[in-house]
Design a protein around this ligand. Structure first.
Ligand code: SF4
Length: 233
């Protein structure tokens, strides 16, 4: 039976250059993966793939070389294990994060819990274009936050946010529009208002940086200030 490659892509199975094989991308957030999750991924790679796993540049786990004939069986394994797959397209993507203050001696903010909170609130949300978010614990910037639509970086006394970056066919460096924020609550409020601004105003395929240029930085700045006003109420 011929598989619908386009439908499978939205379920995390990417058709390979070898048309009868798929690479399965799993969903993780913040770069932290439990050993139980890894064991299940290993089991799938051993049973249905070729016994290896690829780690993507955005901290996702990918299992290549799954024969088309085994896709349904793998989907059942994923369902039984309650493992979510990656979702691409015009949506909020998985959050990338460094280890942060919980582990790294340079870290100035806790990154893992923030990544999880953002992932839980936004992962997979439909938008006019993709929206990538990254969190990095300090100015060493291991997570390269300015290359993301929204970047969060630990600073001396809080969180410095960058907006409008991207890295791919087009490259843009994200810009800071706010002073350092004092707490994670303010960050989440700014994030919520930014996602709403993006959902309300972006045209199909228009990334956040282009939208800010088109609408004008003043309009965007006003949205951010509104978010801060609400956060401190
Ligand atoms: S960005 Fe800073 S906190 Fe994060 S891993 Fe790198 S050095 Fe550590």
């Amino acid at each position: 039976m011929e598989l619908d490659a386009s439908a499978l892509k939205s379920k995390g199975f990417f058709q390979q250059v070898q048309k009868d094989a798929y690479s399965l991308r799993l969903c993780t957030s913040g770069g932290t993966i439990s050993t139980g999750y890894l064991k299940k991924a290993m089991e799938i790679a051993d049973t249905y793939g070729r016994g290896h796993i690829h780690v993507t540049t955005r901290q996702q786990i990918e299992i290549p070389h799954i024969p088309a004939a085994n896709v349904a069986a793998v989907q059942q394994v994923l369902t039984d294990a309650k493992i979510r797959t990656f979702i691409g397209g015009p949506r909020v993507r998985t959050v990338v994060a460094c280890l942060g203050a919980g582990v790294c001696k340079f870290g100035q903010i806790e990154t893992g819990s923030l990544a999880q909170a953002i992932h839980d609130a936004y992962f997979g949300r439909e938008l006019p274009a993709k929206l990538k978010i990254a969190i990095t614990g300090c100015k060493n910037n291991c997570a390269k936050v300015e290359a993301n639509d929204i970047g969060i970086r630990g600073a001396d006394r809080g969180y410095l946010l960058y907006f409008g970056g991207c890295f791919g066919r087009e490259t843009r460096v994200g810009r800071p529009f706010l002073p350092v924020l004092k707490d994670a609550g303010q960050v989440l409020s700014v994030l919520e208002h930014t996602v709403r601004f993006f959902a309300d105003h972006a045209t199909k395929g228009e990334r956040l940086g282009k939208l800010i240029d088109r609408m004008g930085t003043e309009a965007f700045q006003k949205t951010l200030e509104g978010a801060l006003a609400q956060a401190v109420r």
